[in-house]
Every structure is written in C-alpha cells, then in structure tokens.
Design a protein around this ligand. Sequence first.
Ligand code: SAH
Length: 472
Amino acid sequence: MDYLPIFLDLKYKNVLVVGAGDIALNKIKLLLRSNALISVISKNMCSEIRCLLVQKKIFWIAREFKTSYLKNFFLVIAATSNSELNKKIFQKCNKFKILINVVDDQSKCSFIFPSIIDRSPIVIAISSGGKAPVLLRLLREKIESILPMRLGNIAKIAGDWRSIIKKRFSNLLERKHFWEKLFNSVFVQYIINGKEKKAISTLKNMIEKPNKLTGEIILVGAGPGNSDLLTLRALQVMQEADVVLYDNLVSQDILELIRRDAKCIYVGKRAGIKSITQLKIIKLLIFLAKQGKKVVRLKGGDSFIFGRGGEELEAAKNANINIQVVPGITAGIGVAAYSGIPLTHRDYAQGVIFITGYQCINNFTNNWSILSNSNYTIVVYMGSLKALEISKQLIFHGRLKSTPIAIISQGTTINQKVIIGRLDELDKIFRLAISPSLLIIGQVVLLHKKLEWFKNSTYFNNSKTISSIINM
Ligand code: SAH
C-alpha cells in the first residue's frame, strides 16, 4: 500500500490554501464540506472564491506567501501556478511537519485526495495512488450506482439509536446480531423508500421482541483460489461471520474479504501431512457455535467434493446446531474452465467422473474397468501421491498409453501452470507440478490447445504422440 487511507477530522481546524484560482476553488469546496477553517493566501481571487469570502465562509490573507504564515496551520494546499513557489511551500511544510498537498504534483504531496463517494455519514474513499485515474473513475461510477442515495439516512437513524441499543443488548454478540438482522430486514427498504416512520416502528419492534442468540455453522465453498470465483452468498456470510475456520487451500485474496473483526482460525490439513485432526476441528466448530456464534467453515472449492463437509455437518446436526451450506466452484470445474478443457464434449466425452487419488478410510477401491472406458473424462483430485498406480491401472484395464492428460497446478490463480502430456508419462509430469494440482485424463484434453485463454501451457518433452495429434 503506497498510501494509508485515513479520515481526518478537520472540523474547526486551520487549513491554508495558497492560490485562489479554479484549482484552488475545487479544493476549497471539498474542505468546506468538512467544516475546516479555511484561509486563502492570494493577491487576487476568482469570482466564486470571492463569493465564498462575501458569505464569510473563508478568510483572506491578501498578501504574498511568507513562511511565517505556516505556523498556525494543520494542513496546507498549494494551488498556485508558480512551480517554484509550490516547491518552496512543500519544503517548508515538510520541515515543520505540516500536511501538504501541492495540487497536480504528486511528488510534492504528503497526502493525496481520494475519489469520494459521499453518502454522509457513510463516506467511501478510493484511490489508485495516482496510477490509474481512468480506472478509478470507472470504479467510482460502479460504486455510486450500487449505493442507494439514502444510504446515509440508514446510517443516521442507526446512529441515533445506537446508545439505546447498547443499553438494551449489553452483550456484544447479541448487539452485532441485532444490527445484522435489522439491516437485513425491511427496515432498509422503508428508509430507501422514504418511509422512515415505518422503518422506526420495525426497529422498535425488533428491540421489544429480540430473537434468542443462536449460533450456527455455515459451510462455505471458497472456490479453487481466484477470489473472482467466490459466490455472492459466500461473500455475504464471510462478512457476517463471528469466527472463520479455514483450510490451507483458501487463498490469501479470499481471506482478505473476511470481515475485519471476525476471528480467523487456521485449521489446514494436507493429504499425507499430519496436522490438526478432523475430530478436533469438529469439536471446535461445535464449541464455538454453542456460544451463539456465527461460525463460517471456509473450505477450498466446494465443501461436498472431497472436502469432508458432510462429516462436519452431520456432527453439527447431531449437536442440534443450525446449519447452512454455501456451494463453491469445485477445482474440477473451475480449473478445467481456466485451462480451456471442457469436461464433456459431444465429440470426445460422454460424461465425467471425479475421483480422489487419496485413499479413503474405508479403503474404497476404484472400479478401474469403468474408469478405463475412454468415453469418460476422469478428473483426479489429490492425485500426486498415487500417480504411478493410477496410470498403471488405467493402462492395464485398457486405456491407451497415449491418452492425453493435463496436470494443472494452482489453477485459476495467476500462478496457474498447465502441463500437457500422455497417460504413460503421468508420474514424471506430476514431479514437475506444484501443489495443489489437478489431473484431467481423456480426449477432451486435446481441446486445450485451441481453447486455452487464461495462461500459456507447457507440453511435456516426451509427448511426441500428443504433440503430433494436437498439431494435426
Ligand atoms: N473441496 C475441494 C477439493 C479438496 S481436495 C474442491 O472442491 O475443489 C484438494 C485437491 O483439490 C488438491 O489436491 C487438488 O487436486 C485439487 N485442487 C484444489 N484447488 C486446486 C487448484 N487451484 N488447482 C489445482 N488443483 C486444485
């Protein structure tokens, strides 16, 4: 982060603007919105600033700038057309540790003005640090368009009732749940539609008949890594969570989207590596939910696909805890899409089968004769440890050695790597792959050459047959 966004309280603070042309005017108008005490140094001024002077909204020092003026100011804006003077003001402010912004010269700013979306008391400030103003403008338009104009009224009414609610719900968690319930209720719509009386009676009703604090466990699939692939519902519950228990497949980008005040607990497990046991995770989930907390269990991909989500929910149900499930894009679907491999195709595959290379507790064995039917695409999760066995079994049961395969590492993320090869090279290729990686086996892999769109792939050296098929 090049700049830390903070909100300054400029109420009744002395702010100096040097210069009184159009550029200075924009800044003065902005500063007036924060009720700063504005002094302007200039010999002349534009008509609009003069108007503000007549209305006694600003003070005027009708002199040349002198360093001694700086003493009483908290913040300075240099908006003159004289670059030497601007430079001098910048240097002096730095010396006296006064916040300074030289308009249109970012190298001479100790702070910059963000782009503002004002729904006071809700204020959203965004900035590209001066790097992409057009992108910033587009973003701002998007944000403006999704925020109702009367958002500020919602916040104002909430502010008016804050101390009453605080007295009524002394428990922090209860209070948080009250507000969440209120903001998710018809209260908001009433205010947006200008029906404030009705909104307030809804609020009073909810104060009088509050719901008992009940915890719950929400199983959330975070998708295969790229945060753009989160569902809207996942984002909502991540924003409402009291506690989040997350796995190592959940990317940093996604963790950043969790509500700041939520407690995040890492309970990562990896195939073949000993770490926190499943039993301990389940006990922790139940313990937290029984305290009345909204517990989000965040997992990579989809929780019901090789995610042990079912086991966790069964335990929650047995403990009489409310549950919800938010589906995620499973790696098989997401990674295939980002590597341009359609898992089914009328010319190549009749269906798709998801399997795990990891041994299940009950030692289920694969039905190799079905898997070796070349009409089906096979997607193998956690395949790296059993790569040799998988390829041997498939070939033994009739799949061609030259069957195309793709191994996709860190799929859907900016580090995605796709290696294309043949089934009889599976073991060697896996040694080149970084975890997590997914294996796709079947004729559909041939389509990758034509349909890849996200990042470039590698062809395994020895895959002569594959290369020749693809180049045909
Ligand atoms: N529940 C998860 C799967 C968990 S098993 C889901 O639905 O996706 C973990 C395995 O998923 C990894 O060993 C790997 O085979 C696969 N996987 C998960 N994310 C992946 C990614 N971004 N790229 C490639 N493979 C991935």
